[in-house]
Ligand binder design. Structure first.
Ligand code: TXA
Ligand code: MG
Length: 334
């Protein structure tokens, strides 16, 4: 593919980064690696560029984007005011897989935040993302670089699969280190609320914030209590196959035998005690099993500690269930 360029994940080649930065400055789209997943980036203060992101992903306009910044100096003008919880979290976890929702300033176009009064900010540590932010010299709005409703991309090949020629340039730095998205925490609420579990665990956030709660689940959203984080719809991470989850390997085995007896093609997500390894490969495994055309994907749920919470959340969503209400209807937005 002409628009895919390899880049060193540790020390990205300056000429490659400069080319990508030029495209962003001119209002184009660049897919780039972060420590979590690949993002689909555009100049965050250019409304026309931001609209291209929604078009390329087939993403509905009600789902706001994360704005990536190089440093605190770049973040400050994007916020209406500096909240103490923001400062606490940023000083402890940035750069890293933590997205902080704060009140937005007027610099941010309404398209970015889906007309919300808040903006989600994140400073990534991936050397390619950091170099791109530095070279472009502007905040980059970037959702995960997948077609809406598909698993997030953890390899450049996934971006090509989903977006191909809808993006001006794809920076290929190999697999992303973490494999699940950033934690999204809203500090405009008191106590702060985790809108999406992710790369920074709830336990680590609690160490810094003291009090932090898990936001209203998808189940509640379906029941009509409003969208805590609009992207948290059950269908967000759904593969094409049906996903079934189990508490024990024995239960999984029984179900696998039953399905095979019915002539179904059964796929398995790696069952491992190494939660980091599972997170790293989760989305790629879902894509591979889907490409193989299996009917059903089976997996044992990991415990909810640490990164396990994020993995459980993504698995429950892939299965069309919410984190707090297994057994809820497979739903989505009306
Ligand atoms: O790891 C990540 O966060 C990746 C990389 C590329 O940084 N990005 C990512 O973006 O996962 P996206 O768009 O796929 O997910 C962003 C989530 C969505 O659930 C969205 O609804 C939520 O953050 N979000 C964004 N702005 C928000 C806001 N102002 N208030 C509440 N939720 C917000
Ligand atoms: Mg996404």
């Amino acid at each position: 593919m002409k628009n895919v360029v390899k880049v060193d994940p540790q020390s990205p080649q300056p000429q490659v980064i400069e080319r990508a930065a030029g495209i962003l400055r001119a209002g184009g789209l660049v897919a780039f690696p972060t420590e979590t997943v690949y993002g689909l980036g555009a100049h965050a203060l250019d409304a026309a560029a931001v609209r291209k992101i929604f078009a390329a992903k087939d993403r509905p306009g009600w789902d706001p984007l994360i704005v990536h910044v190089r440093d605190l100096a770049m973040a400050r003008p994007l916020m209406k005011r500096l909240l103490p919880q923001f400062e606490l979290l940023a000083s402890r976890f940035w750069p890293g897989p933590l997205t902080i929702v704060v009140e937005k300033s007027s610099e941010i176009p309404a398209e970015v935040t889906a007309h919300r009064p808040t903006v989600a900010l994140r400073m990534p540590w991936h050397p390619v993302a950091a170099a791109l932010l530095a070279a472009a010299g502007l905040p980059i709005a970037a959702p995960s670089a997948n077609r809406f409703g598909r698993p997030s991309p953890t390899r450049a090949e996934h971006v090509v699969e989903d977006l191909a020629d809808r993006v001006d340039l794809i920076l290929d730095a190999g697999p992303t280190p973490l494999g699940v998205e950033s934690t999204v925490v809203d500090v405009t609420q008191s106590p702060p609320a985790i809108l999406r579990p992710g790369g920074v665990s709830r336990e680590r956030l609690a160490e810094v914030l003291g009090d932090v709660r898990l936001a209203t689940s998808v189940a509640d959203e379906i029941l009509g209590e409003g969208l805590a984080s609009p992207g948290m719809t059950a269908k967000h991470y759904a593969p094409r196959a049906t996903v079934e989850l189990f508490e024990t390997a024995k239960q999984l085995q029984t179900r696998a035998d039953e399905l095979r007896g019915q002539g179904k093609q059964v796929g398995f997500l790696t069952i491992t005690d190494d939660i980091e390894r599972l997170a790293h490969t989760l989305f790629a495994q879902l894509r591979t099993l889907d490409a193989q055309g299996v009917d059903v994907i089976l997996c044992v749920l990991p415990p909810s500690q640490g990164l396990g919470l994020a993995v459980r959340d993504r698995l429950l969503r892939a299965a069309g269930l919410s984190a707090n209400a297994s057994g809820a209807d497979k739903g989505g937005r009306p």
